[in-house]
Write a protein that binds this ligand. Structure first.
Ligand code: ATP
Length: 229
């Protein structure tokens, strides 16, 4: 069926197995609309992190994932991953400091978009400014990733995604409750960001931040119409 309005992000018949062939989940369906904050809920081990990694094209899967009606491969997977950005639960095993990463990401974007050095520096300043408005001390940009707390890492990773204005869909894996307030900033920011998929184990956090609720259970998923209590 063809539609005039192109959907932001669609997931159809998504399935994923472990390396030994055990099915983790199958037939997962999701359509993201602009403004959605979809909270993903379910028991430990049901496949929530794996689901987010599939969405970011970091895991093998069966089925279809489309951003604006196009597959990840048609964007080129590295570019797709800047548009559908996964923010992990634990600090990433990245070498160096957040500032090194920001410089690399910013010059990658500059080359791709053919923007000049001063616009690229503006993006970096924007990221540092956003993080600072979330209480991240500017000194932390020069500390190794491995020496940052989980919350600091997540705020900095988010600020890079929003500041460089590349992410359209953010995939947050169990952000600390300290990030609740940032979700409102993200919703109201004038960035490219259009939707968030957010894993949490906390019903309270889910109710505070979510606009939709996707429950994983029994190897599949279903959408709840009301927040968990
Ligand atoms: N690389 C892997 N190899 C084998 N099994 C894996 C791998 N990654 C995940 N699994 C298994 O897949 C299942 C889903 O894991 P996943 O981390 O997605 O669950 P989760 O719902 O996010 O769990 P939690 O809430 O505890 O973080 C688990 O049984 C896990 O042991």
């Amino acid at each position: 069926m063809s539609t005039d309005v192109q959907e932001l992000f669609t997931v159809r018949e998504l399935g994923c197995k472990t390396e030994d062939g055990t099915q983790i989940f199958s037939d997962v369906e999701l359509t993201l609309n602009e403004g959605d904050i979809v909270v993903v809920l379910g028991k430990s081990g049901c496949g929530k992190t794996t689901f987010l990694k599939c969405l970011a094209h970091l895991n093998l899967y069966t089925g279809h994932i489309m951003l604006h009606g196009k597959t990840p491969k048609s964007y080129g997977v590295p570019i797709y991953r800047t548009k559908v950005a996964y923010i992990p639960q634990r600090p990433p095993l990245l070498p160096g400091t957040p500032r090194d990463f920001l410089s690399a990401a910013s010059s990658f974007k500059a080359r791709r978009k053919k923007v000049n050095a001063s616009m690229s520096a503006e993006g970096s300043e924007h990221a540092i400014g956003i993080a600072s408005s979330w209480g991240v001390d500017t000194q932390l940009w020069d500390r190794d990733w491995s020496n940052l707390s989980g919350g600091e890492t997540q705020r900095i990773a988010l600020a890079i995604g929003v500041g460089l204005d590349t992410a359209e869909v953010l995939l947050l894996d169990e952000p600390t409750s300290a990030l609740d307030n940032e979700s409102y900033v993200l919703k109201s920011s004038e960035s490219l960001l259009k939707a968030i998929v957010w894993i949490t184990h906390s019903p309270e956090q889910a109710s505070r931040v979510g606009t939709r609720f996707l429950q994983f259970a029994d190897g599949g998923s279903y959408e709840e119409s009301i927040p968990p209590v």
